[in-house]
Design a protein around this ligand. Structure first.
Ligand SMILES: [Zn+2]
Ligand SMILES: [Zn+2]
Length: 467
């Protein structure tokens, strides 16, 4: 089937221009002015923006985090994605101790393929490189279609600096990207112990234990490690002002360092940990103060933050209440709240709203949510732009339709949202996955299992530029 999108404004990372867009089957066939209908079905997008479908490069679907199941599985999470203009998710897997990385991947592909409503790829969180065979399995995973490996500098499954350094060297050698969750483990552990010993249990202390300096020290350290290893580096969910300065400095010096932030860090401040339902905002790293939020926006405008992804990792209100009382009746505290928030369906609407308000150009929103993640994770031969030959993954945005986010209107499996009552200026009105409608007129129109596994190509970055 051919679709001719007529009358809209195309938005890419490079510019905005009025043109028609023709799809043929799963691909974009042509772009041009006043194209002939030529047997295609016309989709009137007059007054609308036509964007590449977003790539949410950071989700945790069907994940068991600290023994607690996230509320979204591969179907409900990708249904929500489709309804927010996201046509690809790059989901995080976690290597079990002793498990070769290709096995981590191969056991999850069929699980996701049976359920996913949009396309999907994977990053693998690495927890064990203790033998030569495990280190060699990084390369097997690259051959199997994973181009990025996450190192956690905190948590019991996190990597030591020795293993992190080895991973950086190995990924640089084989054409992959190390992504890092940067917080200082020692500072975090010491603070948690001290606060709990003093009887400080509420969510404010989650923020205090993971404050600006806890993130900043680790960001500076991992940038130094990457420099020594001559490896490109991607820092996930950047949250604080000093980390922004460290990333910016490294990039100014020519180091291939890329950063991601998330909508929750751009919109909320640490004040939420004093407010009502503070537990709902508990995610790691914690949401920081206003100065950090301002620094994140400035870096996004400059391009020193390359991507905005969600860290979508939702838990129900009852699960969030484990911070008050655990299922077994014991009293909870800020350390027993499952870490994570929803965001996959509100990512594009939120960022495009900010573009509509003039805070960033629309082109920057598209770069951060689609084009740059495609380039960084080796999907840009298929995804992330509007070009003949690429997948016809499209989102239609009506910049004049205002609205407000309500949990009851979202399409994931969650009974609340941290985005409740957020004003939107403009809405995603329809989404197409490889030329097929997956969201229209407020309803999911896709299918369970319609999403396909996307192999990520190997990547190699020797400078901070993605052009
Ligand atoms: Zn993380
Ligand atoms: Zn995460």
């Amino acid at each position: 089937m051919k679709l001719l999108f007529r009358g809209g404004t195309l938005v890419t990372a490079e510019g905005m221009y009025e043109a028609d867009l023709l799809t043929d089957g799963e691909k974009i066939a042509a772009l041009g002015e006043r194209m002939p209908q030529d047997g295609a079905q016309v989709v009137d997008v007059t007054g609308m923006l036509l964007l590449p479908g977003a790539i949410d490069a950071h989700t945790h679907l069907e994940c068991v985090c600290s023994g607690i199941d996230t509320s979204d599985d591969y179907f409900t999470g990708t249904r929500a994605a489709a309804c927010g203009g996201v046509t690809t998710v790059i989901d995080y897997l976690l290597q079990a101790m002793g498990e070769p990385l290709s096995e981590t991947l191969h056991k999850r592909i069929p699980m996701a393929a049976a359920k996913a409503a949009v396309d999907f790829a994977f990053h693998i969180g690495v927890s064990d490189l203790s033998t030569p065979a495990l280190l060699a399995s990084v390369k097997d995973a690259v051959l199997a279609g994973v181009s990025s490996f996450k190192a956690y500098m905190v948590y019991d499954f996190g990597l030591t600096d020795e293993a992190l350094y080895q991973l950086l060297e190995e990924t640089a050698k084989i054409g992959a990207l190390t992504t890092v969750h940067a917080e200082n483990r020692g500072m975090l552990d010491a603070r948690v112990k001290a606060y709990l010993a003093a009887g400080e249990t509420d969510p404010w202390w989650h923020y205090r234990s993971r404050s600006e300096e806890v993130a900043a020290e680790a960001t500076r350290r991992v940038i130094a490690l990457a420099k020594a290893a001559k490896a490109p580096l991607y820092i996930v969910h950047l949250t604080d002002e000093e980390s922004v300065a460290a990333v910016t400095q490294a990039r100014d010096e020519g180091q291939p360092v890329f950063a991601e932030t998330c909508p929750q860090y751009l919109y909320f401040t640490s004040d939420v940990y004093h407010g009502s339902r503070a537990q709902d905002y508990v995610c790691s790293p914690a949401i920081k103060g206003q100065a950090s939020q301002n620094a994140l926006w400035a870096a996004l405008r400059r391009g020193d933050i390359a991507t905005v992804a969600t860290d979508h990792c939702p838990f129900t209100a009852a699960q969030k209440d484990y911070g008050l009382r655990l299922p077994d009746g014991r009293a909870g505290d800020f350390t027993t709240i499952p870490n994570g928030c929803d965001g996959v369906e509100t990512l594009y609407p939120y960022l495009l709203t900010q573009a509509n308000l003039g805070r960033i150009p629309f082109t920057r929103a598209v770069a951060a949510c689609a084009t740059n993640p495609a380039k960084l994770f080796g999907l840009n031969d298929r995804k992330g732009a509007l070009r003949p030959g690429l997948d016809a993954d499209l989102a239609v945005f009506d910049p004049k339709r205002d609205g407000v986010v309500h949990a009851r209107d979202l399409h994931g499996n969650l009974d609340h949202t941290i985005w409740e009552n957020t004003a939107l200026h403009g809405r995603i009105v329809s989404t197409y996955l490889r030329g097929k409608s997956v969201f229209a007129q407020g309803a999911f129109t896709g299918g369970q299992g319609a999403g396909r596994f996307q192999k990520c190509n190997p990547v190699q970055f020797t400078s901070p530029s993605l052009d």
